[in-house]
Design a binder for this molecule. Sequence first.
Ligand code: NAD
Ligand code: UDP
Ligand code: UDP
Length: 359
Amino acid sequence: YDNNLGFSNSKYANGVGRVPVGIGSKRKRIVVTGGAGFVGSHLVDKLIARGDDVIVIDNFFTGRKENVVHLFGNPRFELIRHDVVEPILLEVDQIYHLACPASPVHYKYNPVKTIISFCVIFSHESLTSDYKTNVMGTLNMLGLAKRIGARFLLTSTSEVYGDPLEHPQKETYWGHVNPIGVRSCYDEGKRTAETLAMDYHRGAGVEVRIARIFNTYGPRMCLDDGRVVSNFVAQAIRKQPMTVYGDGKQTRSFQFVSDLVDGLVALMEGEHVGPFNLGNPGEFTMLELAEVVKETIDPSATIEFKPNTADDPHKRKPDITKAKELLNWEPKISLREGLPRMVNDFRNRILNEDEGKGN
Ligand code: NAD
Ligand code: UDP
Ligand code: UDP
């Protein structure tokens, strides 16, 4: 296969011929990298419900087939097992680039791969980094977007602000990141991904969109990926103490996943490059979060203090003025409304896990 653009099958996996997309209709063909993950699978549901054709690219590093299994058999849905660190040939209108080893448990063990998904795949044996996934993965998806004239949306993160010296954080803040710390494969990986996106935008005219996502929770979150909401909810359901790191006075702002998905679609469909903060401005200390989980799941739940990890940001809260004004978007679901909506999903999965162990 040779499309006269210098690409051949020897270089690209999953070669797909150029097929006219959506001629005569508004139906779009959309790629979602990381679409078998937590946020990605909810985004895919929304796009499919809207009537679009969706191709998910995922290597199942942290994603699960269960998240998209209800779409198997839908003729508008396609799933490709592929690592975005490797090039790929596709013909689509839009690319939502979510693929990334995004959780602390994973990226701290796999730093090189995090920065490059933005570049590579996790394994304890081979030191590929999150940095690698961020860089190589984003580069390949931008190269794809450039070749086919697709619009490209990057899911960056509030972590680009590091341990912020400005509060709340506006998009104009450049951040306070330790470039050589344990978190930097993720933080710097996403910062590099933003740089790449802007370079392809300015240099090659690629239509890019950049979202800076703040802590998000909801059904289908990884059960044991070490994020605070999934940890506390799973611990409360399992009748284990909730592990509060440090003194528990550090803050985060927690957004329900459907609000984020609405924001991502508004950003992709809108006319502004960004970056845009997408988060819920409600700010909670970890002790307050534990209290809400306790009220929601089990009034007898207890907490246990554990040492905090290095370079943990002390506070984080988005200023979302820009997204409100330019995208007409703001979150609708508070923490107290959102938490109960993930409890059933977590209960069922924990129950299945226990049954699987023969308990
Ligand atoms: P997730 O781990 O559930 O989803 C990431 C998906 O990417 C998984 O399905 C995983 O298998 C896939 N993936 C990882 N590396 C890959 C690779 N090299 N090739 C192909 N697929 C790969 O995480 P999520 O919470 O759904 O995060 C989605 C995106 O949103 C990520 O880019 C993350 O950095 C960003 N984000 C999320 C949050 C949050 O709180 N959930 C906050 C900020 C930013
Ligand atoms: N790429 C891809 N699919 C495409 C086009 C490009 O995966 O349809 C990858 C390509 O392998 C390269 C990256 O995207 O590694 C950047 O592509 P670009 O054309 O910008 O750069 P170049 O190939 O000239 O280095
Ligand atoms: N945290 C905690 N207990 C846990 C997991 C995390 O107290 O079981 C804290 C962690 O130290 C951090 C906050 O919760 O201060 C948010 O952590 P998470 O990894 O969820 O998100 P991020 O640090 O990336 O914002």
